[in-house]
Write a protein that binds this ligand. Structure first.
Ligand code: PEP
Ligand code: MN
Length: 263
């Protein structure tokens, strides 16, 4: 179902009127996690002012350590809804378990499937039974073939609204958190008709690298970027080291829009 051979035209995923996969590069931004009311509202206002199209923020967090901040759960979803009401930005947030599916269908605009769940086939089938747009992250150590098959799991249940998201893969290189595979942009576009978004934050793990990689991704044909932005990265409860301050994000968006115009 994802195969370009049987579907030559690009699929445009419609998120309540916002089109992903069309001519505009869609900018998704916000903190790694929803931490509290003040911080998500200030981040939402800041990314909106910087020109973002969507708000990100995890309410359910897949943390490496069980002792690390696990997210606010339902309260986090409510805060995202409040931030959307105030700014008008649609929200994308991660679903970790199918038992929260109804909450997500009711309250979020894009359901994110995290890298760690890319091959959680029951979860893929569950989101496949809805019509919600799904942002499908590539697994930490998954091939492109496996990633496309994960999309098939969602689509074969009846949901055509899949957006790929490359967020870097594990390699021997330790300088960056992960290694961004930019070649997936033309490969996914050749093999499938679905949109692809790049996550330069998790790919690099370092805010200083985020701008360069983002601009390269736009030049390579990405349909969007999902970037971590925090008003006070040093005190962030997760992923502060890779989070941009709003002013740096604003300048990235400005440069990115210029590159998008010429390609
Ligand atoms: C995230 O987007 O905050 C996240 C946990 O991403 P990933 O699943 O790519 O690690
Ligand atoms: Mn994160």
């Amino acid at each position: 179902l994802a195969n370009r051979m049987f579907h030559p035209e690009d699929t445009i995923v419609d998120v309540n009127g916002l089109k992903i996969g069309g001519s505009k590069v869609i900018m998704m931004a916000g903190p790694c996690a929803v931490e509290n009311r003040e911080s998500i509202l200030s981040a939402a206002r800041a990314v909106k002012d910087a020109g973002a199209d969507m708000l990100r923020g995890g309410a359910y967090k897949p943390r490496t350590s069980p002792y690390a901040f696990q997210g606010l759960g339902t309260q986090g979803i409510e805060l995202l809804t409040e931030a959307r009401r105030e700014t008008g930005l649609p929200v994308v947030t991660e679903l970790m378990s199918a038992d929260k599916l109804d909450e997500f269908v009711e309250n979020v605009d894009i359901i994110q499937i995290g890298a760690r769940n890319m091959q959680n086939f029951d979860l893929l089938k569950a989101v496949g039974r809805t019509k919600k747009p799904v942002l499908l992250k590539r697994g930490l150590a998954n091939t492109i073939e496996e990633w496309i098959m994960a999309a098939e799991y969602i689509m074969s249940e009846g949901n055509p609204n899949v957006i790929f998201c490359e967020r870097g893969i594990r390699t021997f290189e330790k300088f960056t958190r992960n290694t961004l595979d930019l070649s997936v942009i033309p490969i996914i576009k050749e093999r499938t008709h679905l949109p692809i978004v790049i996550d330069p934050s998790h790919a690099t793990g370092d805010w200083k690298l985020v701008e360069a990689v983002s601009l390269a991704a736009i030049a390579a044909g990405a349909d969007g970027l999902i970037i971590e932005v925090h008003c006070d990265p040093q005190n962030a409860l997760s992923d502060g080291a890779q989070s941009l301050k709003p002013e740096n994000y604003a300048s990235l968006v400005e440069k990115g829009r210029k590159i998008a115009e010429v390609i």
